[in-house]
Design a protein around this ligand. Structure first.
Ligand SMILES: [Zn+2]
Ligand SMILES: [Zn+2]
Length: 460
């Protein structure tokens, strides 16, 4: 009886214990939501900052403590941007041992996890940007990418794989990972308190302002790299994924705001490439190099960067071009016999053949800038020469406008033959099309434009 009602669970219990389903893979309900929450992280990134805010109501902020808190904010922030991010996650430069120890210490003081954990997630983020394997995919929402991914439990098995063998071989990284809680307690809270306490006697102020509240600000600032930098700004290098460039994000994140560039050239020690762009992390890495503390600063060649920029511009131009009316593509126009063309024109249809292409200008006659008489003179004739200088050498804009009026091609018309031949030989055709297969018409290159001046004798 029991076996028939619960066969599955009975069978599972009898055999070896099955793998437990991770809480993150179950649906959230009113009764189990608290199991989905990562309470340790909630305490570290929400609870403690709230405690600090409440305390700040009673603890007066002294000037020296304020200066120290801001200074230590930058020190620990640089620990993340230059250390955790550019040095360890991306190996964009090499550091001497003293610099590594310094960065591992102040980076730990930002309370964002160990280098090993942080860099592993970040490498997955770069490898699987915007997918389910991206640990902080912005596709799951701005708030999720900012803080939700830490506040809610994640199944670590679902995060994309990333190779961290180099980090496992780095003694500074391994030591920091093993002693992480001690590092956090000392560099996050005790050290800033000691400085303010021994320095000017403000022990509790140092704890609250240079410790707790400074941690909260550094955390929120660097979280913006995962949220704001994937949401606000331009995409000058590639727009297939979410990373974006914006000066506001750069100002908040110590230069990590040129994130579109960064995702394209992740091992470049710079995030901003123009001298006037705000990237203090880059400036400080460069300074360390001058001091002999950093070396092997990696940089992509200008040529490679420009190629990315040009290709993205090209893509934008293709998109703009695709929105415009360029006339019916030549290969989709019906083929007309010359006599049929002449007959239709005689019967009152405003048809005009130019370079083998037939245009219906009926509605345009009254608007023709050169007057009705001039345009009427070409109807029913081969107006190629008249249009191209015989009577008036029409502008590029005129050729463009004319192309929107085309309705057919004359059998044996020269351009059509050229197009057919090119297609037969299967060469050069691609050169005239964008990546969506749209034909590219450059200025002065309309079919109706005849490159050499034509004598008027024949047409007149
Ligand atoms: Zn990113
Ligand atoms: Zn990165």
């Amino acid at each position: 009886m029991a076996g028939s009602t619960q066969p599955a669970s009975a069978g599972a219990a009898a055999k070896a214990p099955q793998q437990k389903v991770h809480i993150a893979d179950t649906t959230m309900t009113i009764s189990n939501w608290w199991k989905h929450v990562d309470w340790l992280n909630v305490t570290l990134i929400i609870g403690i900052p709230i405690y600090g805010l409440v305390q700040s109501y009673w603890v007066p902020l002294q000037l020296y403590t304020a200066i120290w808190a801001v200074l230590y904010y930058y020190m620990t922030g640089i620990g993340i941007t230059a250390g955790y991010h550019r040095l360890w996650a991306h190996c964009s430069f090499s550091a001497t041992l003293p610099l590594k120890i310094y960065l591992a210490a102040v980076g730990g003081g930002a309370v964002e996890g160990s280098i090993r954990w942080w860099a592993r997630g970040h490498r997955s983020h770069h490898r699987y940007t915007d997918t389910d394997k991206d640990p902080y995919s912005v596709r799951k929402g701005l708030l999720y990418s900012h803080i939700g991914w830490m506040v809610m439990k994640q199944n670590p098995k679902r995060i994309g794989r990333a190779d961290i063998t180099d980090l496992n071989e780095d003694p500074v990284v391994v030591w920091q990972h093993r002693n992480y809680l001690k590092v956090v307690a000392f560099m996050g809270l005790i050290f800033p308190m000691l400085v303010a306490g021994f320095g000017w006697g403000d022990w509790f102020g140092g704890f609250i302002y240079a410790g707790i509240l400074r941690i909260a600000f550094v955390q929120q600032a660097t979280f913006c790299v995962n949220s704001l930098a994937h949401w606000l700004g331009d995409q000058p290098f590639d727009d297939r994924n979410s990373p974006r460039d914006h000066v506001i994000t750069a100002l908040i994140t110590m230069g990590e705001g040129y994130h579109n560039f960064h995702h394209e050239f992740p091992s470049d020690y710079r995030n901003a490439i123009q001298w006037f762009q705000y990237d203090p992390t880059k400036w400080i890495i460069w300074t360390w190099k001058q001091l002999g503390l950093a070396y092997d600063l990696k940089q992509f060649r200008h040529n490679e960067i420009e190629k990315g920029r040009v290709q993205q511009l090209q893509k934008k131009i293709d998109q703009r071009r695709a929105k415009l009316d360029w006339g019916i593509p030549l290969d989709q126009l019906p083929v007309m016999e010359w006599d049929d063309y002449v007959d239709q024109a005689k019967n009152g249809r405003g048809l005009m053949a130019i370079a083998g292409v037939v245009h219906d200008v009926t509605d345009f006659i009254k608007d023709h800038p050169g007057g009705k008489a001039m345009i009427n003179a070409g109807i029913g004739k081969d107006a190629t020469a008249m249009f191209n200088g015989g009577v008036y050498n029409h502008s590029n804009a005129a050729h463009n406008l004319l192309s929107t009026m085309r309705v057919g091609v004359i059998r044996g018309g020269c351009e059509v033959e050229i197009w057919k031949r090119a297609q037969r030989e299967n060469k050069d055709v691609e050169l005239f099309r964008d990546e969506n297969g749209q034909r590219i018409i450059r200025a002065g290159n309309q079919v109706t434009k005849v490159p050499e001046a034509i004598s008027t004798a024949g047409a007149a």
